[in-house]
Design a protein around this ligand. Structure first.
Ligand code: BCR
Ligand code: FE2
Length: 347
């Protein structure tokens, strides 16, 4: 659904979108907080479980219908749609894969920046269409919101959990025999305090800009309250819950669920099913569409395992292989989503 269509969405559909795209992710993450507070005493199997589940549970499959997106958005034939997306994946995926092989430390930094932009753009769409926000009318306000929403999962864990962050960075870069020492400065107390203050100020600016729109009567209050509540809630969530657990759950239950909702809106049958309250039918359609490319994507994981000079077993090593494979898939996935944003009038 494009941004300009949102007011025309039927009420049953709008309610289903709010329930599954806005409220359900909230509930999922909130339930995790008590476990998160215990996480340092929980066995690693529990901390790593969400990433393991993400292979099947929304996370990995959320990108696996990208090849159908051009067909569904523009009506071009399936063959052209698949061909174009496979070409984008081959070009950007192979290019970025080579970057990891040759210069893993800067490739890691790029991964953080790409994820920042991508998870930010996902939430801007969700705010505009799923939560029907009216307080982000201009491109500048949407860009500010992107910076805040994407920065929450990428910057707040650095403030709250520098050691876990550093270990994950070291594991990813170490797969390619790279040296993560160049990143040491980022974990120093001074830099982390600067990030906390700087990003805190940007967060407040974004919330204040929205509040100003609401006060002037230009925008509805409720969606702004949802935005503010999510922003403050995610700050607390990423400060409290250790990052591997926190990001694993956020990936499956927040980013991926919202993107799947966005994709299902492009499929008229899934839209009808959703407005009739048939969530199982909607999910069954998604699973059918996503299965082939999910299996193809798993070959990319195997490829990273085979090509990385130093893959190591154990949960941290396996997570590193999985994350590098996800990184390689993410760049072309971002290209597809950025094209969707352009077609759907997000910017
Ligand atoms: C369509 C297609 C396909 C498929 C695809 C896919 C399957 C996709 C997917 C995609 C995806 C699946 C995406 C994802 C994304 C994700 C992300 C983007 C993530 C990120 C993360 C991060 C970055 C994190 C980190 C961390 C941690 C974990 C802890 C500590 C802290 C830190 C922050 C470091 C193929 C190739 C077959 C072919 C062509 C077409
Ligand atoms: Fe995504």
């Amino acid at each position: 659904m494009s941004v300009s269509d949102r007011s025309r969405s039927g009420t049953a559909l709008a309610a289903a979108l709010r329930r599954w795209g806005v409220h359900a992710p909230w509930v999922g993450l909130a339930l995790a907080v008590p476990f998160g507070l215990l996480a340092s005493s929980l066995p690693p199997a529990v901390r790593y479980a969400p990433f393991l589940a993400s292979v099947l549970l929304f996370g990995f499959p959320h990108g696996a219908v990208d090849h159908l997106v051009p067909a569904r958005l523009t009506g071009i034939g399936l063959g052209r749609s698949v061909g174009a997306v496979v070409a984008v994946y081959a070009l950007l995926g192979v290019g970025y894969g080579l970057w990891w092989l040759l210069a893993p430390t800067s490739a890691f930094v790029a991964f953080i920046v790409i994820t920042w932009v991508h998870w930010g753009q996902g939430d801007v769409y969700a705010l505009l269409v799923l939560a029907a926000a009216e307080h982000l009318p201009t491109r500048a306000e949407r860009a500010l919101s992107l910076v805040v929403r994407g920065g929450l999962p990428m910057l707040v864990p650095l403030v709250g959990h520098p050691e876990a962050y550093r270990r994950v960075a070291g594991a990813l870069v170490g797969l390619f025999a790279g040296d993560a020492a160049a990143l040491d400065a980022a974990f120093s107390p001074a830099v982390r305090a600067g990030v906390a203050v700087g990003f805190g100020a940007v967060t407040l600016l974004a919330l204040a800009a929205g509040a100003y729109r609401v006060r002037r009567g230009d925008a509805a209050r409720r969606p702004w309250l949802v935005d503010a509540g999510e922003t403050v809630g995610l700050w607390a969530y990423f400060l409290l819950v250790p990052p591997i657990l926190a990001i694993g759950l956020y990936f499956c239950l927040w980013h991926a669920v919202r993107h799947v909702a966005r994709l299902e809106l492009l499929d008229p049958d899934a839209r009808t099913a959703l407005s009739e309250g048939d969530l199982t039918g909607t999910l069954r359609r998604f699973a059918r569409d996503a299965t082939p490319a999910t299996l193809g994507g798993l070959l990319v994981v195997a490829g990273v395992w085979a090509l990385a000079p130093r893959p190591s077993a154990g949960p941290e090593g396996l997570l590193a292989v999985y994350l590098v494979a996800i990184a390689v898939l993410t760049l072309p996935h971002v290209a597809v989503v950025t094209w969707m944003d352009a077609r759907q009038g997000v910017w």
